[in-house]
Design a protein around this ligand. Structure first.
Ligand code: NI
Length: 182
């Protein structure tokens, strides 16, 4: 089981744009992406996380482990225990809702150790086209609410964007009454 060294936000590479993956059947990238999902899953086990000194995370993008390629992983369980796990190569947003949503508690990031309070408004619904490592197919998938926010956060990493870039500097908790609080 791989313990990744997480690239922090003081590193330039985290601000660079990632490049598309030419060969989605590349075995090394495939293994890395599956390891990224496992890493997230393990990070949510408090004993494992403490032992290995890692923070719990629900999403991870390849630039965060030092690979500036278009690849991201998601893993979380919802209240009824349903697992949401994805490993995407070359994700692209093909449509998004006008409706916005935000996390009331704000966002966090494994690459960001300092506090950045404030709301990050994102699209409530988003549809991606991507190569899904778990099905080995190019798929279109739509996500809503919390899941859509997590995906957009990770997708931003592929553009060199961090969550706090979206926070209003003058008024971090600016209210948008049309946005759904999650
Ligand atoms: Ni992040």
């Amino acid at each position: 089981m791989e313990i990744f060294n997480i690239v922090k936000d003081n590193k330039r590479s985290l601000r660079e744009k990632s490049t598309p993956i030419e060969d989605t059947s590349d075995k090394k990238l495939e293994t890395t992406l599956l390891d990224m999902i496992d890493y997230l899953k393990n990070s949510q086990n408090p004993e494992w996380a403490e032992k290995n000194k890692v923070r719990a995370g629900v999403g991870l993008a390849a630039p965060q482990i030092g690979i500036n390629k278009d690849m991201l992983a998601i893993y979380f369980k919802d209240e009824d225990g349903t697992e949401h796990q994805y490993g995407f190569m070359n994700p692209r947003i093909i449509s998004e809702s006008v409706k916005l949503a935000y996390l009331e508690g704000g966002e966090g990031c494994l690459s960001v150790d300092s506090e950045h309070p404030g709301y990050v408004y994102r699209n409530y619904k988003v549809t991606f086209r991507a190569y899904n490592i778990l099905t080995k197919k190019v798929e279109e998938r739509s996500f809503l609410g919390y899941e859509a926010i997590v995906f957009q956060h990770e997708y931003d990493h592929l553009k060199g964007i961090l969550f706090y870039d979206h926070i209003d500097k003058k008024d971090p908790f600016r209210k948008n009454n049309d946005a759904i609080a999650i």
